[in-house]
Design a protein around this ligand. Structure first.
Ligand code: ATP
Ligand code: MG
Length: 332
């Protein structure tokens, strides 16, 4: 089991000092494990803390509490450690144009990571291999091009090649395809899945698109206002969503036709004012409809904060209305 855990976040908390002395609790008590060889999708609305969580996992933000473990060891924040850590855990940024220096050729972009990591060996061969693996073939055709000479999809592939050249164990892709059109998006997602199968790389995909997560992820973690509120195997979570927030997200995925669309009421969540009790309760359809009151749990929804409990096989949710169940699905 220990072998399976590549990265673990334990009670992770990240704060930002906002204006007027307020504190934004962007990540507010996250427990999450990234298992070796999986594609894990982190899903949630804009502003729920996904990028902050990813940046903290990468060592780019320091937690206010909790810890990040890589292969069982807490990561450290000295420069030497961080440099070697970045060789193992690589980020693929949301916007390939922003991530690429317009004055660098494809070769220079991809070689840069090798130089920072001071990796010896045949640089040119490694760069060509990485481009080929990222689907830019033959690589020689691309080496001397500049970003403006590439299509959007090719730029994204260059970014991925720049990450893969270091042969990292984990690739963190923050909205990898959001700025691309649908056909290119499919291509990139296909490429990422190939990487998982052929290179054994582990991927954390950060997206607000549950439909996209469905297409590529083995497991999905749903984030709301700084916390993971539901987590499970993609099939299970999507066919049997337990948390009302997950259900609301799922109801607006175009491929899901049998669910009635649920538009969430209430104010957009604000990490400087996290509600007491279940943080979702001010927008929760179960509370608004009186169902929580009927179940006799409304007071708990309003006052009792909660983490996830097991609700099915490998499936967790943080909702007072969902009974705890064991691996065999029996109520406990
Ligand atoms: N450097 C920062 N300084 C202050 N506040 C920040 C900073 N970075 C993020 N925040 C705040 O933390 C919260 C979470 O932001 P984050 O970017 O992690 O969300 P996200 O889920 O990635 O959103 P999106 O889907 O729009 O990318 C937001 O309220 C944001 O305004
Ligand atoms: Mg983000």
């Amino acid at each position: 089991m220990g072998e399976q855990r590549l990265v673990e976040l334990r009670d992770l908390r990240v704060e930002f000092h906002a204006r007027r002395g307020e504190v934004a609790r962007a990540v507010d008590g996250v427990d999450l494990t990234v298992r070796r060889g999986e594609v894990l999708a982190l899903v949630g609305e804009s502003g729920c803390g996904k990028t902050t969580l990813a940046r903290t996992l990468l060592g780019l933000e320091r937690p206010a509490g909790g810890e990040v473990l890589f292969e069982g060891e807490p990561i450290r924040y000295d420069l030497g450690y961080l440099r070697s850590y970045r060789g193992k855990v690589q980020m693929v940024f949301q916007d390939p144009m922003g991530a690429l220096n317009p004055r660098q050729t494809v070769y220079e972009v991809v070689a840069e990571g090798l130089r920072i990591q001071k990796l010896r060996g045949d640089e040119a061969t490694r760069v060509s291999e990485a481009l080929g693996r990222a689907g830019l073939r033959p690589p020689e055709r691309f080496l001397q091009l500049y970003p403006y000479e590439l299509s959007g999809g090719q730029r994204q592939r260059v970014v991925i090649a720049g990450a893969m050249v270091l042969q990292p164990s984990l690739l963190v892709a923050d909205e990898p395809a959001s700025s691309l059109d649908a056909s290119v998006r499919g291509e990139i997602l296909g490429l990422m899945l190939e990487l998982v199968r052929e290179e054994g790389v582990t991927i954390l995909v950060v997206t607000h698109d549950l439909g996209l997560a469905w297409n590529i992820a083995d497991r999905i973690a749903v984030m709301y206002l700084g916390r993971i509120v539901e987590e499970g195997p993609a099939e299970e979570l999507l066919s049997n969503p337990k948390h009302p927030y997950t259900r609301a997200l799922l109801s607006v995925v175009p491929e899901v036709e049998e669910m009635e669309q649920q538009i969430l009421q209430g104010e957009a969540p604000d990490p400087t004012r996290i509600p007491a009790g279940c943080r979702f309760h001010p927008r929760c359809p179960l509370v608004a409809s009186g169902e929580a009151a009927q179940l006799g749990i409304e007071a708990r929804c309003r006052t009792e904060d909660l983490g996830q409990h097991q609700v099915g096989p490998d499936h967790g949710a943080a909702c007072h209305a969902v009974p705890a169940r064991n691996d065999r699905g029996a109520r406990v």
